[in-house]
Design a protein around this ligand. Sequence first.
Ligand SMILES: Cc1ncc(COP(=O)(O)O)c(C=O)c1O
Length: 410
Amino acid sequence: MSQSSTTSRISQVTRHLSSVAGSAVQAATGTTVDHKLCMIPGPIEFHEDVLAAMATPATSHVDPLFIPVFGESIELLRKVLITQSAQPFVVSGSGTLGWDMMVNVIEKGDNALVCNTGYFGDRFAECLQVYGANVTHLRAAIGDRPTLEQIEQALRANKYKMITITHVDTSTGVLSDIKAIAELTRRVSPDTLVVVDGVCSVGSEEIRFDEWDLDVVITGSQKGLGVPPGLSIVIASQRALNVFQTRQSPIASYFSSWQRWLPVMQAYEARKPSYFATPAVQLIYALNASLRHITAEPIEVRFQKHAKASQDFKQFITDLGLKQLAVSPKGAANGMTAVYYPRGVTGPELVQSMAKKGVQIAGGLHEQIASQYFRVGHMGISITEPGRKHIDKVAEALKASLREQGYIAK
Ligand SMILES: Cc1ncc(COP(=O)(O)O)c(C=O)c1O
């Protein structure tokens, strides 16, 4: 079979697969896939071109056809993060591997200040502690975020190697003001690395890496970037690379070491073959397909579309008489919404009832209140391609499911 007929067969299959929401479909493997519209805060729905990329034939990771695709993906990531000089790392793994990659800049005994807005702040801190960091948490009430005054006080009280900020904590839907925190950190403690967990924000929230003078942004493939899970993506500033290059102690990790990955990234970008550990070829094809879509329009337009869709969805939630976790609109994510169940409505029933209607949403995750709320993702093609009517489907299913449980909207 020629390459083009293979491609066209694959796109037919994937188009068919992805066009059917809420019904059982026959996948290319012959297994039955029950596809519900996936409206959790990641993984999100994938574009047909992304699905087609995942179904491409076996390809060597040093094939002359693959190398430029990897190289271009690295360049396109810079466009998405709005940076000229930062270094992207694209490695097989999930978002969590990005936390582990902080082993490259953290040394035993270093202080880390964690701006904690939920579950993922706790987990990131746990990871840093594995590598010997002394962690200080700055916490806020659930749904809120530490204030700039608290952060300034903490930065003045102690010398920190890094400050970490979960841009959007997926457990609460709280959005942190990374621009203001980065500005403050540069003013008060210029050498402290500003490390952003952008797993639930890259692709859906405004990030201006160079202008805001960030040092590290960590993400994964499966949320705002619209690619299946399996890629860990980390973008590091020259300042962060310098800290890595001048560190005193050896890096206590084999797979996560930038010593091994930096030459590989540089080689692919220079369109040269390289090898440390086999890259996930099909995922990188998928990443490339998605990044091409994302960068086809100005990134500002993408931010605006997510912000507008989020405002509309949040207004719909308020009009239903429901309350969000995020205590202020400014501190609420644009790519997801976390909502308390109203009185009389219970979590498992609501999520199951939505699933029966072909829409997958997520239950709560914050350990203290997990059974009290649900979460909806609104990122990627569900927002940029409104013709797909994904949000309308969520809204209809939610209204009907609440009604079934006896909840009458105010
Ligand atoms: C904010 C945030 N950080 C980190 C992670 C961990 O990423 P992964 O599950 O891809 O390892 C997640 C996962 O949802 C997340 O939402």
